[in-house]
Design a protein around this ligand. Structure first.
Ligand code: TYM
Length: 340
């Protein structure tokens, strides 16, 4: 791994048995593309997942399943580091340091926290959910990250990471932190729910029918697409305002098939919504099947998977230690004799 390449870091939470098409098209596809030219590090952020109080066995299983899907999608452990966040203790350590640089009001403005805590009510909310974006900033700053490929919903969190990096440089001196840039691809930054095409696809939204999961039965995938909500009128045209349903299908189609939206609109001129849905269902199933098969192979060989994750953690930890020591030194923590 050339140390001259700029660094990419990104992560996903192990909060579901399967990733969904939004995670895949909004982020994972770009992770795979960027590993060509960047020194890439990708993590399954299990500490973040603790904020929603998962069942212990389920969390463990989902941690492996999430990593398996990174690899199945094409993240190549020969080029990129893949690891589990809790295996690298520096994440929690830097999060503490960063929390002392984060304003209470600043953290209170995070809209994802406001939305989530509004859903469960104040009594169901924990402090971890509140400081979640600080842990995310730690993930990113630990590796002196240049670029963070994510979907649109992470933009505000990344803004906080940037502010914290700049603050470290101001207060502790230049070279304390690298200010990360978001990498958000406009066309796929927000994949919409198939039943409620004005809302983002998400495991917590809708009744599940609007969600396409990477590991689900292809028949179910096809069925969800065929029963996607479309709009009044019959014309196949891209217009997010007046035709959110059809526009959303066109975006997904374009992302997996390579044809531009304009080209698709031309190809479906005079055809009905049903035609588009049938073709899209076939295309999505064909696209996801090899990924699903490959992910299942990794899931069925947990020892091989764990070896990849162990190697990733060992290498990630070595990088993270260096950053943490630099920052511990700059804030004035006494270095233990055995580290000198
Ligand atoms: P998470 O686990 O919710 O989502 C993983 C990635 O999927 C993207 N995404 C979407 N993109 C397009 N359309 C959608 N409907 C859609 N739904 C999800 C997310 O933007 C994300 O890129 N806080 C992060 C995890 C995290 C992280 C980090 C990310 C922790 N530390 C450091 C980057 C860097 C999260 O909850 O993502």
């Amino acid at each position: 791994m050339g140390c001259m390449k700029p660094r990419v870091f990104s992560a996903m939470q192990p909060t579901s048995d399967s990733l969904h098409l939004g995670n895949y098209l909004g982020a994972l596809v770009n992770w795979v593309a960027l590993q060509e030219d960047y020194d890439a590090i990708y993590s399954v952020v299990d500490l973040h997942a603790l904020t929603v109080s998962p069942e212990p066995e389920q969390l463990r299983s989902r941690t492996r399943r999430t990593a398996a899907q990174f690899l199945a999608a094409g993240v190549d452990p020969a080029r990129s580091l893949v690891f589990v966040q809790s295996h690298v203790p520096e994440h929690a350590e830097l999060a503490w340091l960063l929390s002392t640089f984060t304003g209470f009001g600043e953290a209170s403005r995070m809209t994802q926290f406001k939305d989530k805590s509004a859903k469960v009510g104040e009594s169901g909310t924990n402090v971890g959910l509140f400081t979640y974006p600080v842990l995310m900033a730690a993930d990113i700053l630990l590796y002196d990250t240049d670029l963070v490929p994510v979907g649109e919903d992470q933009r505000q969190h990344l803004e906080l990471s940037r502010d914290l990096a700049e603050r470290l440089n101001t207060r502790l001196g230049e070279g304390s932190a690298t200010v990360p840039e978001p990498y958000i691809v406009k066309e796929t930054a927000k994949i919409y729910d198939l039943q409620e095409p004005t809302k983002k696809m998400s495991k917590s939204a809708s009744n599940g029918k609007g969600l396409i999961e990477i590991l689900e039965d292809p028949k179910k995938v096809a069925k969800s697409i065929k029963s996607a909500v479309t709009d009044t009128g019959a014309e196949i045209r891209f217009d997010r305002e007046t035709k959110p349903g059809v526009s959303s299908l066109l975006s997904i189609y374009s992302a997996i098939d390579g044809r531009s939206i304009e080209q698709l609109v031309e190809d479906y001129q005079g055809k009905m919504y049903g035609h588009l849905k049938v073709d899209l269902a076939d295309a999505v199933v064909a696209y996801l099947t090899p990924i699903r098969d490959n992910a299942m192979e990794w899931i069925e060989s947990p020892d091989s998977l764990d070896s990849v994750l162990d190697e990733g953690a060992t290498k990630a930890s070595a990088i993270a230690r260096g950053t943490l020591e630099r920052l511990y030194d700059r804030v004035g923590l006494l270095k233990p004799q055995r580290w000198r």
